[in-house]
Design a protein around this ligand. Structure first.
Ligand SMILES: Cc1cc2nc3c(=O)[nH]c(=O)nc-3n(C[C@H](O)[C@H](O)[C@H](O)COP(=O)(O)OP(=O)(O)OC[C@H]3O[C@@H](n4cnc5c(N)ncnc54)[C@H](O)[C@@H]3O)c2cc1C
Length: 394
């Protein structure tokens, strides 16, 4: 058992943190106010070499693991939880899932552009009437000659308004229920037959979220990914790595909430003393530290386990499914608690928009909802605990 990061991992963390504090941080207050992603974000990350961390070198990636992916997302989130989510939605949800399931020809065409930052990706599962119950999706893909005609809509799509690439799911054989779902991709900036509406949110501002409506959108047959009616296998193959690596978004905010609160509590003087000298403030700080450390090891141990597996798809009946759901469940709920404590320590100033701690707090709540809600994660964990072959201790 080794709880230390390697020298290479520390160097990776340092280079991303240096970039995040020098380039990203000075823009964040304004970007959050106007709710806009810095337009060159992905190109910056391409120059840093962290866009395709787990991709093979032939695609322009760094051929590293999910521990490193988690570390990069945590480090970006120390400055912006929202933009770390935007990066994760592109690189892990869209492109990594595509890498696992798409034909080589398209991977060679698309993945190198995702690594340089030329392409931003998004993934469309959720629909206005199909959230937790994703299998009840209503988007249809009907075969007509050598084309598919797509109708329907996808909601809450991270990066939808700015994406160059979209991976999404649609019913190709509705009578077969979950066995009649297929996966498709297309290039939104070159495609007709769909529209995008930006959704206004009170948190996760700067991360663009869209409602995407397909209106007789025509796609060539070759844009089908992973085989006809095999969409559920594609969809589930990305959920565990998504839950593990996106835990990094909340970890980064937890860490910043702790650091900012510690600094503020040492500086802020009331009743003639720094407020850190009050026991009730110390109690909050101690709880924040303990919660962050526990969250960190939940997430990194799941990532380390994932990195040892040949097949990282997870799914029903795997330890990975339970560990990934537990990691994000714990990190997400702890993130909200730590965010609330940080606001309380900052008093009235914590209620003002220009404070970084407020942005972290507002962003944190998403992690009890996105990537499957806390309720759904508990259902997954319980389902796997009820397996006859479950042995406690893992
Ligand atoms: C900022 C943001 C970004 C997002 N990004 C993406 C993205 O990039 N791509 C994408 O496809 N989706 C994305 N989502 C969608 C997200 O995954 C869904 O919001 C989430 O899965 C919940 O679905 P819902 O909002 O429809 O809630 P619902 O499913 O309607 O749930 C409402 C409530 O009911 C509870 N509930 C539902 N079913 C059960 C049950 N069986 N037992 C107990 N409780 C239950 C839920 O836990 C929740 O508390 C994003 C959402 C947000 C807010």
């Amino acid at each position: 058992m080794n709880f230390e990061f390697s020298e290479e991992q520390r160097m990776l963390e340092d280079s991303v943190y240096k970039w995040a504090t020098a380039w990203l941080e000075p823009q964040m207050e304004h970007a959050y106010e106007v709710d806009e992603m810095p337009p060159t974000l992905f190109k910056e990350l391409g120059n840093l070499g962290v866009n395709g961390i787990v991709f093979e070198e032939k695609y322009g990636g760094a051929a590293l693991g999910y521990i490193e992916t988690l570390l990069v997302y945590e480090t970006i989130a120390r400055v912006s939880n929202a933009l770390s989510m935007t990066v994760g939605a592109s690189q892990t949800l869209a492109f990594d899932n595509f890498r696992r399931n798409a034909p080589e020809k398209f991977k060679m065409e698309i993945l190198p552009k995702s690594c340089t930052g030329e392409y931003i990706g998004c993934l469309g599962i959720t629909e206005p009437n199909a959230g937790s119950d994703a299998m009840s999706m209503a988007t249809r893909a009907v075969k007509k000659g050598d084309k598919y005609i797509i109708n329907g809509s996808k909601i809450f799509i991270t990066n939808g308004p700015v994406a160059d690439f979209m991976l999404f799911y649609a019913k190709t054989d509705p009578d077969k229920g979950p066995h009649g779902i297929s996966t498709f991709f297309f290039y939104p900036k070159k495609q007709k037959g769909f529209s995008v509406e930006k959704i206004k949110k009170w948190g996760m501002r700067t991360s663009p979220t869209g409602l995407i409506t397909f209106d007789d959108m025509e796609l060539p047959e070759e844009n089908l990914v992973g085989g006809l009616n095999k969409g559920v296998a594609v969809l589930t193959s990305g959920l565990c790595t998504e839950r593990i690596t996106l835990s990094g978004c909340t970890l980064g905010s937890q860490r910043s909430c702790l650091e900012l609160s510690l600094k503020y509590a040492k500086e802020r003087v009331q009743f003639g003393k720094p407020i850190i000298s009050f026991q009730s403030i110390q109690e909050k700080i101690a709880n924040m530290y303990t919660g962050y450390l526990a969250s960190k090891w939940m997430a990194y141990s799941a990532a380390a386990y994932c990195d040892t597996l040949e097949n990282k798809s997870g799914g029903k009946g795997t330890d990975l499914d339970r560990m990934a759901a537990a990691a994000l469940l714990y990190c997400g709920e702890m993130g909200t608690k730590i965010g609330l404590d940080a606001i309380q320590i900052h008093g009235g100033y914590g209620y003002c928009q220009e404070y970084a701690v407020t942005r972290h707090f507002l962003d944190q709540k998403l992690w009890e909802i996105g990537a499957g809600t806390s309720e759904i994660r508990r259902m997954i964990i319980a389902r796997e605990l009820m397996r006859d072959d479950f042995r406690s201790g893992k």
